[in-house]
Design a protein around this ligand. Structure first.
Ligand code: FAD
Ligand code: NAI
Length: 465
């Protein structure tokens, strides 16, 4: 059987690459160990976590958000089984949608572990123990990432869990210890905090959400503390003792100092993810890796002719949409077109409440690059729509080049931030200025008017503050 393209890994990077390549006329095989398409994102990542974040936010809203609007309801009761069914049904609908798309685009989906035998040759070990070799002109590696382990701590997915176990707990833990104040820790910590857990976060650095704008992270930490989160910043976990009925976690200051012990019912290890290439046979064919990542050039080519790589397994942010855009770009390159990803404009969203969204440079990055910039800021507390919805926490911050006024970064903390960020992304894609954004008529009353007002603020001409 000969293909134009074999894509290894059916996550967002791989399956999008396969669909785009098929659209462009290639004969495509997509291989995954999972029998379902969608990879980490659809099966144990973006999609199930957002289903639980939405459901738990509604639970919280029913408990505390409706009374002040004059809606009197009895205290809500948690039916975790149904909430988990909502999560599973959501995953299932996405998986089925992908199966339909593979069929529609005539993509051959092979279930099994792929190993590159040689350039142009891929061995697929099926569940029945049989290995089939398939041949191709080009191979795209899209094998994604896996949970980073904490040395000396064994994840059992029951009491000491990764994000996968944290998406399927059978009851809300009375006390949840989260190791790592990154995206997973704060999103899944929020789910269980809303469903009744006391959440304690241990973070190695002296701030939460490294990489996000520092001012946003600081204000967000205060909001999370108001929601009941407790933080031990500048601390690391030395060990977790699971011999007793409760977990006993020894933490110590990152810079050295006295240790202390925290008790909890469940511990969530969320200290990052690592590129995944186990069993892929990269060493056979001589594909170069660095710190686990497959090394590629600006056209997604590895050092071996005919082998490309995209998604979490290569450099750049580990985000589904970054992988998807790389998937489209590499398919277009293979078809002789000019596929390209603009890494300066990749939005990222933390789906907590409020949401945090950002695109482009943070203030810290602009300072370290020595780029002079102006800041425009606008709080949601001064936005009429936000007041009418009682969603006044947070603000919009626009960073624009001091000389050209070109927007270099946008940071939003607030209700709906994950949707609003895209007007800044589109503007930045077109090289637009803060004035362009400020002079664009925005419908009233909308939360997005806060984006316009922040853009006006760059030239100190906000109207409503
Ligand atoms: P993956 O999705 O990891 O897919 C790789 C696939 O390759 C897997 O299905 C695996 O089975 C398969 N594979 C690996 N090796 C082989 C082999 N040898 N043979 C055959 N198949 C193989 N990102 C966002 O942008 N937004 C979010 O809201 C978000 N939420 C997340 C929540 C959680 C809890 C987690 C864990 C991640 C989240 N992410 C989110 C990150 C996102 O899931 C990843 O960035 C994305 O899935 C990466 O896509 P990928 O295609 O590169 O790899
Ligand atoms: P992360 O990189 O976001 O955060 C990990 C945190 O753990 C960091 O703050 C780090 O300083 C800390 N840490 C590292 N070692 C530690 C230690 N020994 N003790 C205490 N703290 C330690 O990684 P996370 O949250 O695991 O997420 C993995 C990836 O998944 C991220 O890169 C993210 O891009 C992606 N993701 C994206 C989401 C989104 O877009 N909404 C949601 C969830 C995950």
């Amino acid at each position: 059987m000969a293909y134009d393209l074999i894509v290894i890994g059916a996550g967002p990077a791989g399956y999008v690459c396969a669909i785009r390549a098929a659209q462009l006329g290639m004969k495509v095989a997509l291989v995954d160990k999972r029998k379902n398409g969608g990879g980490t994102c659809v099966n144990i990542g973006c999609i199930p976590s957002k289903a639980l974040l939405y459901a738990s936010e509604m639970y919280e809203e029913a408990a505390h958000g409706l009374g002040p609007l004059g809606i009197v309801v009895a205290a809500p009761k948690l039916d975790l089984t149904t909430m988990m069914k909502h999560k599973d049904d959501t995953v299932d609908a996405n998986v089925k949608g992908l199966a339909f798309l593979f069929k529609k685009n005539k993509i051959d989906f092979h279930v099994g572990a792929a190993r590159i035998a040689a350039p142009g040759k891929v061995d697929v070990a099926g569940e029945d123990g049989r290995t089939t070799q398939i041949e191709t002109k080009a191979i795209v590696i899209a094998t994604g990432s896996d949970v980073a382990q904490l040395p000396g701590v064994e994840i059992d997915e029951k009491r000491i869990v990764s994000s996968t176990g944290a998406l399927s707990l059978e009851t809300p833990p009375a006390k949840l210890l989260v190791v790592g104040a990154g995206v997973i820790g704060l999103e899944l910590g929020s789910v269980w905090a809303r469903l009744g857990a006391e959440v304690i976060v241990v973070e190695f650095l002296d701030r939460i959400l490294p990489g996000m704008d520092g001012e946003v992270a600081k204000q967000f930490q205060r909001l999370l503390e108001k929601q009941g989160f407790k933080f031990h910043l500048g601390h690391k976990v030395a060990r977790i003792d699971k011999s007793g009925a409760r977990l006993k976690t020894t933490i110590e200051p990152s810079k050295g100092g006295e240790a202390s012990v925290l008790e909890s019912d469940v511990a969530l290890i969320a200290i990052g993810r690592r590129p995944y290439t186990n069993g892929l046979g990269l060493e056979n064919v001589g594909v170069k890796t660095e710190r686990g990542q497959v090394v590629i050039d600006e056209h997604f080519r590895t050092n071996i002719e005919g082998i490309y790589a995209i998604g979490d397994v290569v450099r750049g942010p580990m985000l589904a949409h970054k992988g998807e855009d790389e998937g489209v770009a590499v398919a277009e390159i293979l078809a002789g077109q000019h596929g390209h990803v603009n890494y300066d404009v990749i939005p990222s969203v933390v789906y907590t409440s409020p949401e945090i969204a950002s695109v482009g440079k943070t203030e810290e990055e602009l300072k370290s690059l020595g780029i002079a910039y102006n800041v425009g800021k606008f709080p949601f507390s001064a936005n009429g729509r936000a007041r009418s919805m009682r969603k006044t926490d947070g603000f919009v911050k626009i960073l624009a080049d001091a000389t050209t006024d070109r927007v270099l970064g946008a940071h939003i903390m607030g209700y709906g931030a994950g949707e609003m960020i895209h007007e800044a992304a589109v503007l930045m894609e077109f090289g637009g200025s803060a004035e362009d954004l400020a002079r664009t008529c925005h419908a009233h009353p909308t939360l997005s008017e806060a984006v316009k007002e922040a853009a006006l603020g760059v030239a100190k001409s906000s109207i409503h503050i």
